[in-house]
Design a protein around this ligand. Structure first.
Ligand SMILES: Cc1ncc(COP(=O)(O)O)c(C=O)c1O
Length: 492
């Protein structure tokens, strides 16, 4: 969290700060006391978009019933609270509509997507035998540390996206090269990690956020999802997808009355793997599959819960549950998992997502995009995937007109207009910008989930002022990077 703890606006501007950087809704004014938030910063979501009453009720129901309360307060089962696993499986079945219902055994309760990414790497990778971690870029930058912690500091590789999502041909080419290298160096069996019956060590990890990506805002097409699963099978890769924004979706139209959608528009990559060409558990496969959906209650209930789930084949879900830290004490977040199980059992969390979150984020999104269309597009700014029928998530990715630099815009926007945005470079994969489409010097990410709703349009208008100024300037101003990598990090 350190890098996020001190978003500061301009020291001199008299204008009100507009924060388009953050990924969580802003607290009400009464809670904005700087000293009280010095470590956690303003990551206190707005009560209107946090289901506090719903959780209050669920907590009470759980704690008043000894049959639920005692197991909830104790060490839990390794794969997590059974009621939550069942309720999650049932909601996933309703939302993604796979051919067969999602079985409880396919689901393992986790401490959220971040915690579980670390667990997946612990159980399913070896820092030597696993050749590379292939990260779709631009990437969720807080994942980098987890890959580094697992020993992949020098093995992170960036795979670019085009308008359909991951660039499959580049991935195929690079994986092939990586395999040749492994062969030449005799890297043919895991050396660091012991062999265990519940786990396996994959040769490659592929990490993606295929739906409403943070940060690229893109959704990977079905065709690419299928191609990705085929490549993963061919090269013994595990595709880890952070499916944390899937439930936050709405029609892309800015005028339709519909602001809520209760069915996913695309299968997850784990669903594709479940059925494609005989499925993950086909006769000649080892049964672990090649995809895992890493999901979370952070964006749909509250990040403070630190609770999520992952779904994969039964073997894979069992393998995750056998992570050392879960074997000692059971799945993480047992108590909060029991609270969430209650909110799903009553249907209230699903109702909250469809009837509060989706329309609220849809409204925020529309406000922002209307002004982007009016003020930024005429200046040459570009949005990705404008032909989609359904959009979602927290973020919008903007590509600036040549030759403007995101870092310069971010700095000028802060200094001149007191608007903070994230410059694209922050989302570059450390150590790999070899492919030209994995550098993001011309891009910025903006967020519509945090700032007060009535300031979103104002924030975009102020960005337009800065872009116009930069375009009007002669010479190299507006195009020279102003922040080094270190400065860029502090810029949060
Ligand atoms: C892509 C992605 N993965 C993971 C997370 C974090 O999830 P969790 O709070 O469950 O650890 C986020 C939150 O910003 C995210 O955008």
């Amino acid at each position: 969290m350190g890098a996020f703890s001190d978003v500061a606006g301009s020291a001199t501007s008299t204008k009100k700060l507009v924060n388009l950087l953050r990924g969580i809704t802003r607290p009400p004014k009464a809670l904005r006391v700087q000293s009280a938030f010095s470590n956690t910063s303003f990551r206190w979501p707005n009560p209107s978009l946090l289901p506090t009453q719903l959780l209050d009720k669920a907590t009470h129901n759980v704690l008043k019933d000894q049959n639920i309360a005692f197991p909830a307060m104790s060490y839990g089962p390794d794969p997590g609270d059974s009621r939550l696993r069942k309720n999650v499986a049932s909601w996933l079945t309703d939302f993604y509509q796979p051919v067969d219902p999602v079985a409880e055994e396919r689901v393992c309760i986790t401490g959220g997507a971040s915690q579980n990414l670390a667990c997946l790497l612990q159980v399913f990778t070896d820092p030597v035998y696993t050749r590379n971690v292939w990260v779709v870029a631009p990437a969720y930058m807080l994942s980098f540390r987890m890959f580094e912690d697992a020993g992949f500091h020098e093995k992170l590789r960036a795979i670019p996206e085009d308008d359909e999502g991951i660039d499959i041909e580049y991935l195929r080419w690079e994986i092939r090269k990586s395999e040749h290298k492994a062969k030449a160096s005799g890297n043919n069996k895991p050396r660091i990690k012991p062999s265990r019956p519940w786990g396996k060590i994959y040769k490659h990890i592929i990490y993606a956020v295929p739906t409403f990506s943070n940060p690229s805002f893109k959704t990977m097409s079905l065709r690419r999802r299928q191609e990705l699963v085929r490549i993963a099978r061919e090269y013994d890769a595990l595709v880890i997808t952070d499916d944390v924004y899937d439930f936050l979706q709405w029609p892309s139209s800015l005028t339709t009355r519909t602001m809520s959608l209760e069915k996913a528009v695309l299968p997850r990559i784990v669903d594709v793997d479940r059925y494609l060409d005989g499925g993950a558990e086909r006769a000649d496969a080892d049964g672990f599959g090649n995809a895992v959906s890493n999901a979370s209650f952070s964006k749909i209930c509250g990040p403070g819960l630190r609770t999520g789930w992952c779904e994969g084949t039964i073997k894979l879900a069992y393998g995750v549950s056998q992570t050392g830290s879960s074997r000692s004490g059971g799945a993480p977040s047992q108590l909060t998992a029991c609270f969430v199980a209650e909110t799903l059992a009553t249907g209230e969390l699903q109702h909250f997502v469809y009837h509060t979150l989706q329309p609220s984020y849809c409204k925020r999104y529309r406000k922002m995009v209307e002004v982007i269309n009016k003020e930024l597009i005429p200046l040459g700014v570009r949005l990705p995937q404008t032909d989609r029928e359904v959009v979602g998530g927290y973020f919008i990715w903007l590509t600036l007109p040549h030759p403007l630099k995101g870092a310069v815009l971010a700095q000028r926007a802060k200094e001149d207009e007191n608007v903070v945005v994230a410059q694209g470079e922050i989302f570059e994969v450390p150590g790999d910008t070899e492919h030209p489409s994995t550098s993001f010097g011309n891009d910025i990410r903006i967020c519509f989930a945090w700032e007060d709703e009535d300031m979103l349009a104002e924030g975009i208008s102020r960005l337009a002022v800065v872009i116009r100024k930069m375009q009007g300037e002669t010479g190299e101003q507006g195009t020279q990077p102003v922040a080094t990598e270190g400065q860029a990090k502090n810029f949060w």
